[in-house]
Write a protein that binds this ligand. Sequence first.
Ligand SMILES: C[S@@+](CC[C@H](N)C(=O)[O-])C[C@H]1O[C@@H](n2cnc3c(N)ncnc32)[C@H](O)[C@@H]1O
Ligand SMILES: [Zn+2]
Length: 392
Amino acid sequence: MTEAFESIAQRNYIYNPPCRGSIKAVSADYSCCQCHATYPVRHGVPILIPGITVERSNFSLADDLITRICAAEKIPDQPENRATLREIFAWNYRLADLWLTAENNYYLKRIGLAVDGYRPKAPRINQESLNGDIRYEIPFHRIPATLPPGETRSWNVRLVNKGAGVFSPEGPQPVFFCYRWRDSTGTLIRSAEVRTTLPVEMAPGRGVTIPLWIATPERPGQYMLEVLLGQDGPIWHEHGACKIAVQVSASWNSAVPADRLTLHRLPETYDYRIDHEVGRVFVKEELARRRQPLRHALEVGGCCNPMTWDLPGEVVSTDIDVQTLQVGALHFAATKPNIKFVAADALKQPFADGVFDCAVLFSTTAPLAGSSGLSAGDAAGRSARRVPRYSL
Ligand SMILES: C[S@@+](CC[C@H](N)C(=O)[O-])C[C@H]1O[C@@H](n2cnc3c(N)ncnc32)[C@H](O)[C@@H]1O
Ligand SMILES: [Zn+2]
């Protein structure tokens, strides 16, 4: 079972994030040579996330859903694989501050299987607890103090549910993330309102870092930006709003380091498939410029379908979505044994420095930038020989 990850593990490439002791295969599991912490391996996927607990999901995948997962993931529809899929989803993985169930709902939606009831929902006390108690906190944000006029861009904002009910982007009164502009006299500026839908349901206590879409005023000047939650009506939940002084100016300094390549595209022209294909070509061109054989590539947030699936060499796809990684391992085991799946938190990568020739992220940087001040791109870059100049 541990064979899938052998080449990396045997060469002292993985370590235990809390103590940095090296991790070795011990019978069916992995164990830290220094502190003896153990990490389970599930269906070929080492789960290298400190503090994760594994529990029965009390949930059985229905036959038709298994058929559809096999079709979507091109897994041969054979009794053995069907039993493995059922077993994969019979377990849940719990982290102290992350709610992995939400990630799985996202996965099922992504492959067009958003069938209600297949995955456990956020614990709801009753219907009234849904979007009924809107109390929140915005502990940090990455909105720069200067922004360009008349442009719409997304900036990471951390939102924490401090109420007793669930915040949901669905239902009769969906909760959305929003903002308002005031001028220097405190007068509200009339401007086109851009709402940001919550990416997942948020149970009480849950925090999520959300890329908030913000359209800036056309006229340069000094403004006050209020970031807050809203509901249809509109109802503005001002208590808990975050107020940020912003200078709107044509000569603004982008928060993106000058040596990184930025491709500007209008949000309304975004097409997932085309965007990812452009990214894949870009990665290959950059690798070709190195004129050196690629030995190890890391994809962070690669889920069950890493975009680097056709690179030569060993590709390691890491994600926190443990079940989905196991689906990926089942899919690629026979056809692409060079792709390894490892459950790991992007900000606590369990790899020794310099193991990888390149590290890439696709559609993953924004939700991951954490409070540590380290972006997922930087964290991934540490494991690469050189810090990559870009992330996707
Ligand atoms: C928007 S999806 C992108 C999936 C895939 N890369 C793509 O482009 O289709 C973001 C991925 O990031 C993963 N993710 C979220 N938080 C993470 C964390 N802290 N560490 C590792 N992966 C994480 C999610 O499980 C999900 O698979
Ligand atoms: Zn240790």
